[in-house]
Structures are given as C-alpha cells and as structure tokens.
Design a protein around this ligand. Structure first.
Ligand code: SF4
Length: 398
C-alpha cells in the first residue's frame, strides 16, 4: 500500500513503522480526525501507552507495544508526546525518549538503504546515497552515505558524545561520509532530542481541559500518573535506574573513547577501566565489544572472553568496579584538567567525590532533568513528588 500525499515516497507501512516521521504527521492531518476521537476509534491506544510507559520505566530499549501492525501506532505517537507534556515529569519523558529512540534506531539499522535515506531526509538530514561504484571504503568498512560538512556540523552540534565531533569522522571534498549505522544513530539522537524537548502542546490548555474532562481519558491519565510516580519515587535518590547516557561520561572516559574512535591502541589499564566502567553503568557485553572493534589488534574471541569475564560470566563470577579517581590520577588516566576533555565538576567539585561513577550519576541525572525540562514556567510533577532536587546535582554540566 502507498500513502497518498504531496510528493510522499514512503509507504503507509513505513509511516506506521516510524510514526515519528513528519510524513506520518501529515498523514494524520489529511484525515482531519478530531484529536480525542483517536482514543475512541482506536481503542488499543491506551493499553499500548500503558505498556510503553511500563517498558520505559524498566529501562527497556524496545517495546512490543510499538508493533506496526496497524495505523493505530501513527495516532499513538503524537498522543504519547502530548501526554508526556501533560504529565510534566522530565525523568519519565527522558526514559520514554530513550526507549523510543533506541527502538526505532535498532529497526533503522536493519532497514534497506533506500528507506533509511528517505527516513533521514524526512528528518531534515541533507544526506545523499553514494552510488555503489563510488562508495567510499576504508579497510573493510564501507561508507554508503554523505552529507555536506556544514549540514553535518549543524546536526552534530546538538549531540554531546565525542563520537560526533568532526575530527572523528571521515571528511572528504567538503562532505562527511557515514556508514549505515552512523545514519541510524544520527536519527536516533534526533528522535531522542525531539521527544525530550519542550512540547508546545503543554501550552494548549483547551486540549488539556478537554482531555481531563473526558470520562474515558481522565482515569486513564490518572492511572499513568500513579504508575510514573510510583516508579520514579522507588528510584529517587539514585540514578542507577536511569538509562545509559553517553553524554554524561566523565573526562577520563571521554578521553579514552576519543582515542578509541581514532583507532589509537589503548593501554591495558585504559581498556580495563573502560570495560569496568561501561559494564557497571549498564552497557551490555555486545555494546562494549562493539567499541573494541575499533582497536587495531581486535580479536573477537579473546576480547569476548575478557569482556564476559569482567561482566562476571566466567571464573569466580566477580563483578568488577572501576578504579577510584586517586588511582586513575596515579596511572595518568584522570583527565580532569585536560583542555579538551576536562571538567569543572572534577577540578572544583562542589561536593567532592571519589569515583568516576559518581561523576556519571550526577551528570546523567542532571542532564535527564535539563533535557526534559519544559519552559520552566511551572515546576515539574517530579519535583512535586520528590521534593527539592538533591544539592549534589547542582553542578555545572560538562
Ligand atoms: S577526577 Fe575522577 S572522574 Fe574526573 S577525570 Fe579524574 S578520574 Fe575521571
């Protein structure tokens, strides 16, 4: 089936699969549906939103509730964003942004190149597919996409991870070359940012009033709030339950990741520290192995055994923790005052800490709040639930 509309090249199947698309929103607008009617004509939406909330609060990175088996999902997506704005709970918004962006990114990485290109262009990425006979290949790695470097800079400026810095990219003749997985990751970052940022629907008081006055939707919303409050208060005081946030890494980790992304051989002590740190904050063995594939001496069998050992899957099944800052300073891994990676949080800590894990926890908690914070015109419902934020999170962002 093909969706009708102005110059649309994406099929309705694709619009259902990726409901965040601008083309999906256009499709809804063409239907002229009264917003609240979506809940009455697509009765499954409420169950799916409940399931997505539960999956997100459990830090899952995919959800069966996002199955694209009908056009219901296209209506669900904007309503999910509007409901998040009504809820005004930044941590919940952040978790849902993480779940959705990871879920769609995993599907995009398996997509054919033509569809991936159309999705990227829909999201405003001015990217080209390189013809097969002109595809750029370095060693065995093939770069199938390129975009003008100024466009790249404009998009990458929104992302904090050092992996997006121009120096870590293949730049040739004014274009940045990307692999398929890079493009999928770029779309993932854009989705996460879009869901996390302020939603104008928050200011649509008349829509909110109609929603809250509706006999079906009021109890539905109250049920969502109860689950969200219960889950956030169960996890308050700790950021262990937050999803992994690559943008919150301490200077010592960013410096090692930067070396790794350039293919520079890491010292044994750097590898150990990186593995212990990443596993402790919740990265999977596969995600850690993926990083090490950049190392010039990468050996799948040896690396897999070592990472699995560090994860407590072999031997005495010990879960190793990363070294303390004092030890890291003594072995020259600490980069607190480094001109490129250093951070005020490490040099002049308002609340001293001993381990990079503490830096990460404070930073990711603070970032989760800032990312999802709306215009600041009203306190978030999390603040109402949990009281004032911990003074330990008052530091500057890195
Ligand atoms: S002070 Fe600690 S967290 Fe900061 S760079 Fe040094 S080792 Fe890393």
């Amino acid at each position: 089936m093909t969706a009708q509309g102005k110059a649309r090249k994406l099929t309705l199947d694709v619009l259902c699969k990726y409901p965040f698309l601008n083309a999906s929103m256009e499709w809804i607008q063409e239907k002229n549906v009264i917003p609240l009617d979506a809940f009455y004509t697509h009765v499954g939406i409420m169950d799916k939103i409940r399931a997505i909330l539960a999956d997100a609060m459990d830090n899952k990175e995919e959800s069966k509730a996002l199955a694209h088996d009908s056009d219901e999902i296209i209506y669900l997506y904007p309503w999910l964003r509007i409901i998040l704005a009504f809820m005004n709970m930044p941590r919940v918004t952040y978790k849902i942004a993480n779940l959705l962006s990871k879920h769609f990114s995993a599907m995009l990485a398996k997509e054919d190149e033509t569809t991936l290109l159309l999705v990227a262009q829909d999201q405003g990425i001015n990217v080209d597919r390189i013809p097969d006979d002109k595809a750029m290949a370095i060693s065995t790695v093939s770069f199938q996409f390129r975009l003008p470097f100024l466009d790249y800079l404009q998009i990458a400026a929104k992302f904090k991870s050092p992996a997006w810095k121009l120096v870590n990219r293949l730049l040739k003749n004014g274009s940045v070359y990307l692999r398929k997985q890079d493009l999928a990751r770029m779309i993932e970052e854009l989705i996460k940012t879009k869901i996390s940022e302020a939603n104008p629907a928050l200011k649509d008081e008349s829509l909110k009033k109609s929603f809250m006055d509706d006999p079906l939707l009021k109890p539905f919303f109250e049920g969502l709030m109860n689950v969200a409050k219960e889950k956030t208060s169960a996890g308050s005081g700790s950021t262990d339950s937050l999803p992994v946030d690559d943008s919150a890494f301490p200077p010592c980790i960013n410096a090692i990741l930067d070396k790794n992304s350039k293919g520079i051989n890491l010292a044994h002590s750097e590898r150990l520290f990186l593995v212990y740190f990443l596993l402790t904050i919740g990265k999977t063995v596969e995600e850690v192995l993926d990083l090490f594939r950049n190392q010039p001496d990468y050996n799948e069998k040896i690396s897999r055994y070592q990472v699995e050992f560090a994860a407590g899957m072999h031997g005495k099944k010990t879960n190793y923790k990363p070294h303390n800052c004092v030890t890291l300073e003594s072995i020259n891994i600490c980069k607190k005052a480094d001109p490129e990676f250093g951070s005020k949080w490490c040099v002049e800590p308002k609340y001293p800490f001993k381990n990079p894990l503490t830096f990460y926890r404070r930073s990711s908690k603070s970032r989760a709040r800032h990312l999802a914070q709306n215009s600041g015109t009203e306190p978030s419902n999390e603040d109402k639930v949990e009281g004032p934020s911990s003074s330990q999170d008052d530091g500057q962002s890195t």
